[in-house]
Design a protein around this ligand. Structure first.
Ligand code: AMP
Length: 222
C-alpha cells in the first residue's frame, strides 16, 4: 500500500475529529495537524489582524469568509514541516469553494468522513461534561462515571471528586441545531466533490473512537 500523507478529516461538530487526529498522529508522528479553528483561536488570543478579522464570525458561530480562510490555509500548507511530512487538515474545507481552492493548493490523498447520525451527535454534545478537578470528560448519556451518588451526581473515576452534570455554555440545543444545519447544508456538495475524485472514505464514528494502531494504519492506508 502507498503512503497517504495528505489527509482531510471531515465531519460534523461532535464527530470526534480532534480525537481521531491524535490517533492518526500515533501512526504518523511527524504529520502536521492543521486545525483551522485552532489557528483562528490562537490568532484571536494574540489579537493579530487575522484574529480580528475572524472574531465577529466566530462569536456568532458563522463561517469566516472563504478568502480569509483560504489564504491562511495556503500559507500554512506551504510551510516546511507540512511540505516535508504531510498534513491532517481538520476543519477545512467547509464550503465547496474551499474544497476547490484546496485542489489548487495541493491534491489531497484521502478525504475521511467521520460518519455519525444526528441524534447521536446531539446526545454526545448535549450530554458532555467534565470533572471540575481533573478535567476527565464524561457524558450523561453514553459515558457516566461508575459511582452514582444522586440525581446527575457522581464520583469522578479518575480523581475521586464529587461532580455533577453541568453543560458547557456553547453546547445549548439551539446553537447546536444551528451548527448542525450549517454543516449539513455545506456537507453535501463537498462529499459529492470528493466522491467524484474517488478520495472519500467513510469512518464509522458512531461509537467513541478508540482504534488500534493497525486499524488506524488500515484507515489511512499506510
Ligand atoms: P472549529 O474549531 O473547527 O469548530 O472552528 C471554530 C470557528 O472558526 C468556526 O465556527 C468558524 O467561525 C471558524 N472556522 C474554522 N474553520 C473554518 C473554515 N474552514 N471556514 C470558515 N470558518 C472557519
Amino acid at each position: 500500500m502507498s503512503e497517504k500523507r495528505k489527509i482531510v478529516l471531515f465531519g460534523p461538530p461532535g464527530a470526534g475529529k480532534g480525537t481521531f487526529a491524535s490517533q492518526i498522529k500515533k501512526a504518523l508522528p511527524d504529520i502536521a495537524h492543521v486545525s483551522t479553528g485552532d489557528i483562528f483561536r490562537e490568532n484571536l488570543n494574540n489579537e493579530t489582524e487575522l484574529g480580528l478579522k475572524a472574531k465577529e464570525y466566530m462569536e456568532k458561530g458563522e463561517l469566516v469568509p472563504d478568502n480569509v480562510v483560504i489564504d491562511m490555509v495556503d500559507d500554512r500548507l506551504n510551510q516546511k514541516d507540512v511540505q516535508e511530512n504531510g498534513f491532517i487538515l481538520d476543519g477545512f474545507p467547509r464550503t465547496l469553494d474551499q474544497a476547490k481552492a484546496l485542489s489548487e493548493i495541493t491534491e489531497i490523498d484521502l478525504f475521511l468522513l467521520l460518519d455519525v447520525p444526528r441524534d447521536i451527535l446531539k446526545k454526545r454534545i448535549l450530554g458532555r461534561f467534565s470533572c471540575h478537578e481533573c478535567g476527565e470528560i464524561y457524558n450523561k448519556y453514553t459515558l457516566q462515571p461508575e459511582k452514582k451518588i444522586g440525581e446527575e451526581r457522581w464520583i469522578c473515576d479518575e480523581c475521586g471528586a464529587e461532580i455533577e452534570f453541568e453543560q458547557r455554555s456553547d453546547d445549548t440545543e439551539e446553537t447546536l441545531e444551528k451548527r448542525l444545519d450549517v454543516y449539513e447544508l455545506n456537507a453535501s456538495p463537498i462529499k459529492k466533490y470528493y466522491t467524484e475524485k474517488d478520495k472519500l472514505k467513510k469512518v464509522d464514528a458512531q461509537n467513541t473512537l478508540e482504534l488500534s494502531e493497525e486499524e488506524i494504519k488500515d484507515i489511512v492506508e499506510i
